[in-house]
Design a protein around this ligand. Sequence first.
Ligand SMILES: [Zn+2]
Length: 125
Amino acid sequence: MKKLTIAEFQSELKAQGVDRREDMAVVCPICKTVQSMQSLINAGAKDQDHAERLTGFSCVGRFTGAGPHKKGTPPGKGCDWTLGGLFRLHEMVVIDENGREHPHFLPATPEQARKLASQNGGFNG
Ligand SMILES: [Zn+2]
């Protein structure tokens, strides 16, 4: 289990090198789909706030109606996974200033984040 403080987590996201916060990317632990706040907005999240709360916690597939992940399906489609569910299969927690642990999807690599940002129409240098 990877444990990061909020500051460490934010610096991992910054290291992705995308310009916009909305394009900072995470990876679903179940279907391995790379996704960002922009992905959730594009997929029909109510508004920016809603997308922000759910990014890294609920898979983009919950917005697109992708359904449960099937073993062997290549990443990209999303699935119905959420870390708020019954099974706790997260790979990372972010530790807040009170020492509380919050399950979160792992950050994507810079390559993954930049590729997704360009697919989502976000500008990146
Ligand atoms: Zn997923």
